[in-house]
Design a protein around this ligand. Sequence first.
Ligand code: ADP
Ligand code: MG
Length: 152
Amino acid sequence: MNGKQNYITESPAQTKKLGRLLAKEILKNKPAKTGRVLALSGDLGAGKTSFVQGFARGLGVKETVNSPTFTVAKTYPLKNRGGFKNFYHIDCYRLESGADLGFLDIKKIFAGCQNIVAIEWPDVAGKILPKNTIAVDFETTGKNSRSISFDF
Ligand code: ADP
Ligand code: MG
């Protein structure tokens, strides 16, 4: 993968597969100075969590990844894959502002170079996202079709 990517998926399985592929690409690159953050934007039902499920699988996570909507954040240990040790799935859907993220010590999570983070509804965290955050944008283009784009 290199540069702006634009995909159309026609099923949840295809969206998961795309997430898995991106995870494998990310693992090919050594950890950088900050955590590796994915910011996933798009309407409810656009496929963000489906993508994260495949992404986690690609990172080697065996547990089932569910939407963390009611828990805000979930942590999954990684077996030192490519130098990465933790995967965080964060969902800010229910948060009013970035201040609500304070209790998570989220700056530390973003800063930790051994962390991979997928954050849904990232707008409230906008100011504190690392500069090299990968924006992944989702659009519902039909009953089962989704347009997914990112730059990596
Ligand atoms: P989000 O996290 O963006 O709210 P989810 O992944 O939780 O989205 O939900 C996506 C919903 O859309 C699921 O019910 C899924 O079955 C459905 N769906 C239909 N087509 C697709 C597709 N191509 N990719 C992902 N989800 C799809
Ligand atoms: Mg979701």
